[in-house]
Ligand binder design. Structure first.
Ligand code: ADP
Ligand code: MG
Length: 473
């Protein structure tokens, strides 16, 4: 039987059809799936491909800090992703074009940059944060799915948004990563600014609060900081577990807390564990946290996971088969962010190939996400993640090299082994090519001390921590 060769559903001829914007949006769609949200928003906001000539790509970035990070930390990932979309691409370069971000953020600008379809669909709302309140409008009560796992937290949050300062104060929400704490906290903030337009709301991650305190101390502007925080009507502090061990920040927060509380201002807090379980938290703060309402969020059941996926699809205006959704809902059980990551991955694929992924394709695309190798935080994991963060090989960090670009990451790795795993100094020394325990002590002390004054270092270390814990169970 003669058979006509079936026209294979060909991927779009990317060279011809994918323009610069589409290509970059596809890259972003893929990258946001590989790195934490914090990193994604910090380093990829206001980036753009400005030229693609001779298979060399030029990307504009808003400032030199972003340039440095993209070049040093993300170049490999960017190049790899670009290459997977267009295998002729040879090189990527970065150029600072500050005007681009100004143009984009200025509302009065007539030269709005046209949005591509994909951007519209994936909706990088991470980039649309309100400068004053720090709130992201994408987090609302309307798109927050309620199930038995989170209903207490949602009800308390709702009550607070109706009567800020008057019902549960503080409201403390805790639960594991990716289960909706930030969403709920921000929904409270967004609801309050919608209902009470004169109320001053501020959303701030505890890490950011810490670095503001450190900077204020350094610049002797602590009074200014105090004034800023005491003018707020609703203070939303996310991930307070990061205050652990930071005495100065805790002290500052304690005073801010009291000042606000006395004036019936609302305080909302979140953490990955209950106040009791946060180590190195001053007793007086712990008892403040426990003085209001504490609600936890646990893991969503299967039906709720499916409902969440459907809500997300509606938001993103796409559709997948029930089979594909059930596959995601039954395989990703403990992290809603990962479920969303899975969806984004499929959406990017659908957009590129102009075809809804079937279950086979979905399985293939989501393999990495769905059956990741078992991970626990071990000394090796930490060393590996530090190495990757600085674009080094693990072996390089473990050598005795005295090169600056290796010494520093090595000291950071030593510091994290000490801080996160409470490893002994002799153990740390042995782990690093049989070094003496005094070398380990020196490294840990050095980093510990430097963090107090070096905001960038603190930020780096916190990003590494985030990676360590987002990779472990
Ligand atoms: P956490 O702060 O607990 O780590 P997030 O609030 O960042 O988690 O939630 C991770 C992702 O999952 C977000 O994109 C959020 O919108 C989504 N999400 C979490 N819980 C829900 C829910 N109940 N309904 C809809 N989306 C949710
Ligand atoms: Mg969060």
């Amino acid at each position: 039987m003669s058979q006509k060769p079936k026209p294979k559903p060909k991927p779009k001829d990317k060279d011809k059809e994918m323009n610069k914007e589409e290509l970059w949006q596809a890259v972003l769609a893929e990258i946001q799936f590989h790195i934490s949200r914090a990193n994604f928003t910090t380093w990829f906001a206001n980036t753009k491909i400005i030229s693609k000539e001779n298979n060399r790509i030029l990307i504009s970035v808003p400032n030199s800090f972003s340039k440095e990070w993209l070049e040093n930390k993300y170049n490999k990932l960017i190049l790899k992703t670009l290459y997977s979309l267009d295998n002729k691409i040879k090189e990527v370069k970065y150029e600072v074009r500050p005007s681009l971000s100004l143009l984009k953020s200025s509302e009065s600008s007539h030269k709005a940059i046209p949005k591509t379809d994909l951007e519209e669909q994936l909706n990088f709302q991470e980039f649309k944060i309100n400068k004053e309140t720090n709130l992201n409008p994408r987090y609302t009560f309307d798109n927050f799915v309620v199930g038995s796992f989170n209903e207490l937290a949602q009800a308390a949050a709702w009550a607070v948004s109706k009567k800020p300062g008057l019902v549960y104060n503080p409201l403390f929400i805790y639960g594991k990563v990716g289960l909706g704490k930030t969403h709920l906290l921000q929904a409270i903030g967004n609801k309050i600014i919608e209902k009470f337009s004169s109320k001053r709301v501020l959303y701030i991650p505890a890490e950011k609060f810490t670095s503001e305190v450190i900077t204020a101390i350094k610049n002797q502007s602590i009074e200014k900081l105090k004034t800023k925080f005491r003018k707020i009507d609703v203070l939303v502090l996310d991930d307070v577990q990061f205050l652990a061990g930071k005495e100065k920040t805790q002290e500052e927060f304690f005073h801010t807390f009291n000042a606000l509380y006395e004036k019936n201002k609302q305080i909302v807090l979140s953490s990955d564990r209950s106040p009791k379980a946060i180590p190195a938290l001053e007793e007086r703060l712990r008892s403040r946290f426990e003085g209001g309402m504490i609600a936890d969020i646990s893991f969503p059941d299967y039906e709720t996971r499916l409902a969440i996926l459907k809500t997300k699809l509606q938001e993103k205006k796409v559709n997948f088969s029930e089979e594909v959704l059930e596959y995601i809902a039954s395989n990703i059980q403990k992290n809603i962010r990962e479920m969303e990551g899975a969806l984004n991955n499929l959406i990017a694929h659908q957009k590129l190939y102009n075809k809804q992924p079937d279950i086979k394709t979905a399985r293939k695309l989501l393999k990495k996400l769905i059956s990741p190798p078992p991970k626990v935080v071990s000394p090796n994991t930490i060393i590996q993640i530090v190495a990757e963060f600085f674009d080094l090989k693990k072996e390089e960090i473990l050598t005795s090299s005295r090169k600056k670009e290796i010494v520093r990451p090595r000291q950071i790795a030593m510091y994290l082994l000490r801080e996160e795993l409470k490893s002994s100094f002799p153990f740390i020394g042995r782990k690093f090519n049989g070094k003496d325990h005094t070398t380990a002590i020196y490294a840990c002390e050095k980093i510990k001390k430097e963090i107090e004054n070096n905001e960038k270092l603190l930020e780096e270390i916190n990003l590494i921590r985030q990676r360590i814990y987002s990779q472990s169970c």
